[in-house]
Ligand binder design. Structure first.
Ligand code: PHE
Length: 488
């Protein structure tokens, strides 16, 4: 008896009063305390806890409407015993009229009669009686709305079919006394004082010597607590910011709406490049155009047409100045770094950005029309391709990706160029592109030293780190999933 805490004793008394069985919600104590005591009593062999999956129901919007306004087949016969179908449709709306007539017919409350080529709904004797009475469905809806689920199976089936209720599964627990539990209860229970918090006074006075101490149960039931936390993508961005900051980079920001000039022309992307197509890029209606300095455009147009003084031959086509001013949603954040170089043509510089870009992609498990890029440049004397690979490797290692590799690649604005891949579940997955800006890109802005540049996908990293096989999950706002996720 004295190994029982006051709460355990209270629960035993409640059990005795309830003929040995009780649901935790009805013990008269807090749920946490009840479950806590139950688990102690269980470990002492005095009670068992039975868990059952039970079905509960809740009203759908439709169900709530039925409950408030009555079943539609009742309101079908508001004050007429006979009415044209067309009129009913006008009164109730086509959809509701169809449902109401359907059910009234099925229940034998009405007949359809044709007179002079017109269809009428005519109430039957049964109908007259029934619409005055509360229907079984209505009684059931009332019960469900009050949390009472003891309802006839057939009625539940009908309500489900009518889309009035939906099922939720719940774990139902019952605590019951074992034989040994009954013996203890029968021998009489007396609730004594117990020490749950040891104080200075209790020790000094020696009071502790003849009192019981409350014990801790680390396996005790406790409700889960959902604390607020940033979305995993935000956490990831924060982590990446920290890594680049630790590596000596400064963060820069840009705009969603950009000109073709900065998004493409300045990066030596020819005006007929497929990525510029309406199929791939979102162009804006408002504003349709963005102001760009014409002398700048002229300079770049020369580079595109014949290479200017860069030693390149250019793309050899006639550049259209008007095209440069077209407004678009930036398709990559390389637009941030090229603009930064234009504003800051003198080395050294190490900057990065983590921002959103837009592409006309069809949404599927690996594509989104909006996503984020991790962009960056290192601009300094003697910067080289090995350094670029070193920086990228360092970044991914710090992110926890051990095995990465580089492959030769192509971008109109870099030479040489590379692609980064990571090993994930025995497969190489592409993470982004990088390279050294070509003279056609840097020269017109007076940028004289090599610029190492990269643009990496953020969502891809998130998918790998969170073990997702569908990129859309990141944007579903699935609250259960978000709660379960550990902090990154
Ligand atoms: N802008 C490229 C992309 O969107 C990535 C990249 C950035 C490649 C910088 C080379 C240099 O895929």
């Amino acid at each position: 008896m004295d190994v029982l805490s006051p709460l355990e004793k209270k629960l035993l008394i409640a059990l005795e009063k309830n003929k040995g069985r009780i649901s935790p919600e009805k013990s008269g104590m807090e749920l946490v305390k009840t479950m806590n005591s139950a688990s102690w009593l269980q470990s002492k062999g005095l009670v068992e806890v039975e868990e059952k999956l039970i079905s509960e129901y809740e009203l759908t919007e439709e169900g709530k409407k039925f409950l408030e306004e009555g079943l539609p087949e009742k309101s079908l016969f508001k004050d007429k015993e006979k009415e044209k179908i067309g009129e009913i449709e006008n009164r109730m709306g086509k959809k509701d009229a169809k449902i109401a007539i359907g059910w009234a017919k099925r229940k034998g409350w009405c007949e359809i009669k044709v007179e002079n080529g017109e269809k009428y709904v005519v109430i039957t004797e049964k109908g007259k009686k029934e619409i005055e009475r509360k229907q079984e469905e209505e009684k059931a809806l009332e019960k469900i709305s009050e949390g009472d689920f003891e309802i006839d199976e057939e009625i539940l089936k009908i309500l489900k079919r009518r889309g009035a209720i939906r099922e939720k599964e719940k774990v139902k627990r019952i605590i019951f006394l074992t034989e040994k539990g009954w013996e203890v209860v029968k021998s009489g229970i007396e609730i004594k004082e117990e020490i749950s918090q040891l104080t200075h006074e209790i020790i000094r006075s020696g009071e502790w010597k003849n009192k019981n101490f409350r014990r801790y149960d680390v396996r005790a039931f406790s409700p889960s607590i959902n604390i607020g936390k940033p979305h995993p993508l935000s956490q990831l961005m924060e982590k990446i910011r920290k890594i680049f900051s630790e590596m000596g980079f400064k963060e820069i920001k840009g705009n969603y709406v950009e000109s073709c000039f900065w998004n493409m022309d300045a990066l030596f992307i020819p005006q007929d490049h497929p990525a510029r197509d309406m199929q791939d890029t979102f162009y804006c209606n408002k504003p349709e155009k963005v102001d760009v300095d014409e002398t700048l455009i002229k300079k770049i147009s020369g580079i595109h047409e014949n290479g200017g003084e860069t030693g390149s031959k250019g793309w050899r086509y006639s550049f259209r100045m008007e095209e440069s001013k077209k407004a678009l949603l930036r398709t990559h954040t390389t637009v941030n770094t090229i603009r930064y170089l234009f504003m800051n043509p003198n080395p050294p510089a190490k900057v990065f950005s983590i921002e959103r870009v837009f592409r006309r992609e069809n949404i599927d498990s690996t594509h989104l029309p909006e996503f984020h890029q991790i962009e960056g440049i290192v601009y300094e004397k003697d910067a080289n391709f090995c350094m670029l690979k070193g920086i990228l490797k360092e970044f991914y290692n710090r992110m926890g990706f051990e095995k990465i590799r580089f492959r030769p690649s192509y971008f109109p604005y870099t030479e040489p160029s590379l692609e980064i891949e990571v090993m994930w579940m025995d497969k190489w997955i592409e993470l982004g592109g990088a390279g050294i800006f070509r003279p056609e890109v840097t020269y017109p802005f007076g940028v004289k030293e090599p610029v190492l540049a990269w643009g990496l996908g953020l969502e891809r990293i998130a998918m790998i780190m969170l073990g997702l096989n569908d990129i859309r999950k990141l944007y579903f706002s699935d609250i259960e999933w978000l709660r379960e996720l550990p902090l990154l």
